[in-house]
Design a protein around this ligand. Sequence first.
Ligand SMILES: [Zn+2]
Length: 122
Amino acid sequence: MLPRRRCPFCRHWYHPHPRLNRRQQTCGRTECRRQQKQKSNQQWRAENPDYFRGAYARQKEKYGTRADYMRLYRQQHPDYVRRNAVSVQKWRQKLRQEPVSHTSFDLNLTVGPEKTSKQLSQ
Ligand SMILES: [Zn+2]
């Protein structure tokens, strides 16, 4: 058995797994492993600050903006446009058929106690 070590997160003692030995940084509990991963990610980001920077600019150059992509997609997929129009129509009809209750809206208002009682008495 390898000599015991202290977990840097929960401060519990543990014996590292023989195959992991030096690489094992935590006691192995999910919460400690998550914290270790977060710490190593932060370290990596600090060492490689430009890695994620400029990714969007590169993608935009290659594929265009999201709006450009959707415009092109709609041009190439007319049945998608028709299907979407039908579902939007149905959704709007449903909205018209089930109007929001005005009385329940009034009761849910969070105002001072005097105001609420005034409104209720009116
Ligand atoms: Zn731990």
